[in-house]
Design a protein around this ligand. Structure first.
Ligand SMILES: [Zn+2]
Length: 348
């Protein structure tokens, strides 16, 4: 008698909706697609879901620059991304968006459950603020002189010349990359997920075959020191979901992004939020995330903690891959080795 088919939910990481799909992205989607096709050919019941990560300050600013509403901008990006994936024959069961009604409901539900269980705390955060644009500045929107090697015009988090990492407040002569104005320091309360509450449960997860052995040893280093509270909020103006009951506060897009896997599952099933959560919780269903080596922290630490805290099951596997290089180096726009999916298709 043939074995019963496995029920597997598979995801690829959600591409950010502020730029085109490039061949570096495709390393992930093609390998996931091959794995999904293989499992489907073996007769297993596989759902492959994905979608755009469609919130955040970079998207808000990009839309503003182009003179369109953020929702019009992300709708166009979503179509472009779907066209690019179709060119490479990648077949999703659902390609959705984190800016969906289901994701709004699910995100509010996660927050409510985490809050009620005492996993959310408040701390004051001091950040740079652009007094001309009236916006808090993420690290990449601050430019200034490197405090280490004194190279001018470097980003707020690290120097492209000497590679040194620092705080944006360490920059010499910092400027807003948006308005060019000198930023001011401003304090505001933020909401944090208390990761230390999940230490034992997360460590137990790494005793299973959650990740490959090589990644495990590296990722277990996280537990060598205190797991810092994770800031899940952002101040207005921001493009994303408002935090229910809080004035001028939004969910950080890395909070609602992994919940977007569930929203895309809801879309695949044509189901409401409750039924989708039942499918996620189904005994015996396998949940597998394909991700790049840049985001294990989000998928191995934050996301399982969010799920645990919300009373939901954690994924079974993370498949972590490396990056595509061109001539042994990272793809680079300035070196002319950065290739969009659409360009690649046109020439090959
Ligand atoms: Zn430097």
């Amino acid at each position: 008698m043939p074995a019963a088919p496995r029920r597997i939910l598979v995801t690829s990481a959600l591409p950010y909706a502020n730029g085109a799909i490039h061949i570096g992205h495709l390393v992930e989607y093609i390998q996931t697609d091959i794995w999904v096709r293989f499992q489907k050919m073996r007769g297993h019941a596989v759902l492959y879901v994905c979608g755009d990560d469609a919130h955040g300050t970079p998207i808000m600013l990009r839309a503003k620059k182009e003179g369109v509403e953020p929702r019009a901008f992300i709708a166009r990006m979503n179509q472009q991304h779907q066209d690019d994936f179709a060119r490479f024959g990648i077949s999703f069961d659902s390609y959705y968006s984190t800016d969906s009604q289901q994701n709004r409901q699910l995100t509010a539900l996660f927050y409510q459950r985490l809050h009620q269980a005492g996993h959310i705390v408040t701390h004051d955060v001091e950040q740079f603020f652009d007094p001309v644009e009236n916006v808090f500045l993420a690290d990449r929107f601050i430019r200034g002189t490197c405090p280490n090697c004194k190279t001018p015009d470097q980003y707020g988090d690290s120097c492209e010349h000497c590679g040194k990492h620092y705080q944006p407040t360490d920059l010499i002569d910092p400027r807003s990359a948006i308005s060019g104005a000198a930023p001011v320091r401003k304090k505001s309360p933020h909401f944090f997920l208390r990761l230390e509450h999940f230490r034992e449960r997360l460590q137990r997860l790494f005793e299973t075959d959650f990740v490959d052995a090589a990644s495990r040893n590296k990722l277990l280093e996280w537990f060598g020191s205190e797991l810092k509270d994770w800031d899940i909020s952002r101040d207005a103006p921001f493009f994303g979901f408002p935090i229910p009951g809080e004035e001028g506060k939004y969910f950080y897009n890395w909070f609602d992004a992994p919940i977007g896997y569930l929203a895309s599952l809801a879309n695949a099933l044509g189901a409401g939020v409750d039924e989708t959560l039942e499918v996620w919780q189904e005994p015996g269903r396998e949940i597998v995330h394909f991700i790049g080596k840049d985001i294990p922290y989000f998928h191995g630490l934050f996301w399982p903690a969010m799920l645990e805290g919300a009373g939901l099951r954690t994924p079974d596997h993370l498949f972590i891959h490396g990056f595509l290089t061109v001539n042994g180096e990272k793809m680079s726009k300035s070196r002319g080795t950065f290739i969009n999916a659409e360009t690649y298709c046109r020439h090959f």
